[in-house]
Design a protein around this ligand. Structure first.
Ligand code: SAM
Length: 364
């Protein structure tokens, strides 16, 4: 190919790529629509996952007057992102002899939205991320660059996210459901690949939300006899009663209950370096010598490639910056290690048991 032809091709590809990026909002918003319409449960139907047309899906979920063509447009677009599998069938038509019909089943990605027997899935996480208060913060991402002292969420809603959720019972409950839906599948993988709970009898889960992580740890490790689910008072007030688990309300920035070991999942990421140090110092104080802080956090790779893993981690980083703390962030393994050392933890190890979360072990 001649040089000028090659650069013309590159310019065409670049124009296409910028169109894709500029319209990217269609992807999460359509995903949100699919969740609101409960499309995944309608297709799954107890495990049949039989391909259905948009009209057939609507017969299962919607009242009359709904629009199958518009649903199909959404299903087609999300097929290109791997949420659905499209099945094209050619049917005979009296007019021109044939017509095609598009039907959709769930891929492995789509199946994460199906409600399981415990009422859990990734669907509440999708809804949680697209509530009005969070959506209002997104046009202000640039403000986190110009003025990192106030989060875009605070600029949009007048107060920090957790304070805001605390005053809205339905947001609080959705957060609990979202965390449960995300935590349970990860904890299954974690408990298969990580064996650091040996010898622990009293385990504190800091920011434990509904207590799912503790419930699963206690089931897998009967030696852990006492679980302390520690979270904000308004959160533990809604947490279910789990045998062996005591719900304790409090503020991790003030103090953390004592334990042989401390577990936390998806906590440090939300906060600035100084806030992380404060949380980790409180953990250090609550542990005996030799005791471990076991933190499960997203850990950034060094390279900025275009893999799904890197993208999911970098996208989550911008979410933290926008919603929770302008200087809260996803960190590299080295940055976590240094945070631990700065508050006195002597030993550090990382276990890559999952593609999103890494288990980080800090020992006193
Ligand atoms: C991202 S969620 C993670 C929940 C749970 N660990 C999981 O992974 O499913 C963060 C949790 O930290 C809790 N949290 C926020 N601020 C807190 C504080 N000051 N003290 C204790 N918990 C807090 C929230 O209520 C929430 O349950």
């Amino acid at each position: 190919m001649a040089l000028n032809e090659e650069s013309a091709e590159k310019r065409k590809s670049a124009r296409l790529a910028i169109f894709e990026l500029a319209n990217m909002i269609s992807v999460p918003m359509s995903l949100n629509a699919i969740v609101r319409l409960k499309v995944a449960d309608a297709i799954w139907q107890g495990g049949s996952n039989a391909p259905l047309s948009a009209s057939q899906i609507l017969q299962r979920i919607a009242s009359t007057g709904s629009d199958p063509e518009n649903l199909q447009r959404i299903l087609r677009m999300l097929t290109s992102y791997g949420v659905f599998e499209e099945h094209l069938t050619i049917e005979s038509s009296p007019l021109d002899g044939s017509a095609s019909e598009r039907k959709y089943s769930l891929t492995e990605v789509g199946k994460t939205l199906v409600t399981d027997t415990e009422g859990l899935s990734y669907a509440p996480y999708v809804l949680q991320h697209h509530q009005d208060a969070l959506m209002k913060a997104w046009p202000l991402v640039h403000e986190a660059v110009l003025d990192p002292t106030t989060e875009p969420f605070v600029k949009a809603n007048g107060e920090p996210a957790y304070d805001y959720y605390g005053k809205q019972p339905e947001m609080n409950e959705l957060m609990l459901k979202a965390m449960s839906g995300v935590s349970v599948p990860f904890m299954e993988a974690m408990l298969d690949g990580y064996d650091g709970f040996k010898g622990v009898e009293r385990l504190v889960d800091v920011g434990g939300s509904a207590g799912d992580c503790l419930r699963m740890i206690l089931k897998k490790h009967p030696g852990v006899r006492q679980g302390i689910n520690f979270d904000l008072p308004e959160v533990v007030a809604k947490a279910p009663i789990i045998p062996g688990v005591t719900n304790v309300g409090g503020d991790m920035f003030k103090s953390i209950p004592d334990g042989d070991a401390i577990f936390m999942k998806w906590i440090l990421t939300t906060w600035t370096d100084n806030e992380c140090k404060l949380i980790m110092e409180n953990c250090y104080k609550a542990l005996p010598v030799g005791g471990k802080l076991i933190a499960c956090e997203p850990v950034l790779p060094k390279d900025s490639d275009d893999s799904h893993r890197t993208r999911a981690l970098l996208e989550g980083d911008i979410f933290v910056m926008t919603i929770y703390r302008a200087k809260g962030k996803h960190r590299t393994e080295e940055e976590f290690k240094q945070l631990g050392q700065s508050v006195g933890f002597s030993y550090f190890r990382a276990f890559y048991v999952d593609y999103f979360y890494t288990v980080l072990e800090f020992q006193k």
